[in-house]
Design a binder for this molecule. Sequence first.
Ligand SMILES: C[S@@+](CC[C@H](N)C(=O)[O-])C[C@H]1O[C@@H](n2cnc3c(N)ncnc32)[C@H](O)[C@@H]1O
Length: 240
Amino acid sequence: MNAELTVIGLGPGDPELITLKGLRALQAADIIFAPQNRDGDSSIALRIADLWIDHDRQRIVTLPLPMTRDSGQLRPAWQAAAAVMTAGLRERPRGVYLLLGDPLLYGTFVYLWRELRTLAPDLPVKIIPGVTSFAAAAAAGGLPLALADERLIVLPASYETDAAALQRLLAEFATVVLMKAGSVLPSIVTALEQAGLLDHALYAERVGLEGEFITRDLRALDPQHRPYLSLVIVRRGEML
Ligand SMILES: C[S@@+](CC[C@H](N)C(=O)[O-])C[C@H]1O[C@@H](n2cnc3c(N)ncnc32)[C@H](O)[C@@H]1O
């Protein structure tokens, strides 16, 4: 196939956190692909990149990708999205796929990549890394992630939310980053309280986006109904 695809990590929300390389690739594209939001709303990735898109010249294609763990539903959706992408790239050969943060950290593209490799094995794919949400949250909250010989772990919150699990992790790692925290925040806060770690955490939601909220005061935080774009960083090491 005489086309190329560049995957661009946009960073967590602030359009100025797109890398220069990402911006150049975005502006050089003839066709822009982006995953649709979880709630079916217009793509957050497209909103972040909007400032840099030429709507008259560049074609935009949003891909509806179901947010489910059911592989029976997921696989056909990835296959359909890959088919839409290859068809689009036949007409407009310089394509980019946009996504939040870094593409290879819990990003949707990896699933799509598998299908693209089957459908268009000769399509060159280039990945441009992005600022991760937890790096931006730590920067905004002024919290060191790791110093000297300290160890850092990043994991999805839904798997490690009880106090014993958190304590085990914090015995081994100076810093624990809990991604996908929104729906399980009540149990994270309870676990932190039981482990005596409530004053050792930072909560960040919608970093760099409208409604950004970052706090170290988890005692005052209402943990109910927090958004999907949220994370917690727990730090046994020095907080500053
Ligand atoms: C599917 S993962 C994508 C991670 C992304 N690729 C990255 O590099 O950060 C989605 C999770 O990333 C985190 N996240 C992404 N963007 C965020 C933001 N702007 N503010 C807070 N958390 C964010 C949240 O924990 C969310 O549940």
